[in-house]
Design a protein around this ligand. Structure first.
Ligand SMILES: [Zn+2]
Length: 266
């Protein structure tokens, strides 16, 4: 049977490194790489859609702000890992990306937004309004956004009940039940997550740093807790992921390990 979503492909666009013990209490010593995941969705009618853009190579430049950002969270990012370069290597021109969905506006998700000049930018209204309210805030690096960013944004709101996804109110953006948009706050306000009914797959951005780390949420240390936009909402969103898991839905988060993501997508 022909599916509306022809394919979903994964690209790792740089990674940061952290110690598991610095994030959670009561765990053995372990160094973890957290790849910045980008997803290329091919819609039979609407063409290429990108979910996030990973890091920009510029994040490695000797700039004080980036240096401070990298300090607690060392980053590895080479020019060849940029999403536009990886797409070109696959024979897909960045100009052919029709839609760019931004889950939220942290630097590891918006690094390459400028490389997709033809894409309509989709984000939740909650996230966009949060950006407009406090865009001078430390964690949104505005220089990674194009000058016409605000003009190109299409915001998502008016979530509705949908029998294809009874777990959360959602928005059927293309009107064909192919991708249901929803939001889960906590890590960031109005973080945009996607459900694909044909694949029973949920892309959950940074709701957790890794699906295998979900059971450790209650053991999260103080500093990583303080780094969340709202820790109570974070815990609630984690509970939603657990409900989806119990319902047999496959979940992928943006910083899951590459092998896990490739396995789930296969
Ligand atoms: Zn984030």
């Amino acid at each position: 049977m022909l599916t509306t979503i022809e394919s979903i492909e994964y690209f790792a666009c740089g990674y940061c490194t952290n110690q598991k013990q610095r994030l959670f209490k009561g765990v053995p010593k372990e160094t973890i790489h957290f790849p910045a995941g980008v997803f290329l969705i091919k819609h039979r009618e609407h063409g290429y859609i990108l979910y996030d853009t990973g890091y920009a190579p510029e994040i490695m430049s000797p700039n004080l702000k980036y240096w401070i950002y990298r300090l607690p969270n060392p980053i590895t990012m080479t020019p060849s890992q940029a999403i536009s370069v990886q797409l070109n290597q696959r024979g897909i021109s960045p100009q052919s990306i029709n839609y760019l969905i931004l889950s939220h506006l942290h630097p590891d998700h918006i690094g390459q937004v400028k490389d997709f000049p033809n894409a309509k930018i989709i984000m939740t209204k909650t996230c966009f309004e949060d950006y407009q309210k406090k865009y001078l805030q430390a964690l949104v690096f505005k220089e990674f956004l194009p000058d016409d960013f605000e003009k190109r944004v299409i915001t998502i709101e008016n979530y509705q009940d949908n029998k294809n996804f009874p777990h959360l109110p959602s928005y059927d953006f293309f009107g064909d039940q192919s991708i249901l948009f929803t939001e889960l706050s906590g890590h960031a306000a109005g973080q945009c997550c996607l459900f694909f009914p044909e694949k029973s797959l949920f892309l959950a951005a940074d709701v957790a740093w890794g699906v295998p780390l979900i059971p450790l949420t209650k053991q999260m240390r103080l500093i990583p807790r303080l780094l969340q936009n709202n820790i109570d909402q974070y815990q609630n969103s984690i509970q939603v992921l657990e409900q989806l898991q119990n319902a047999g839905i496959d979940i992928i988060v943006s910083h899951d390990q590459e092998e896990r993501i490739e396995r789930v997508l296969r």
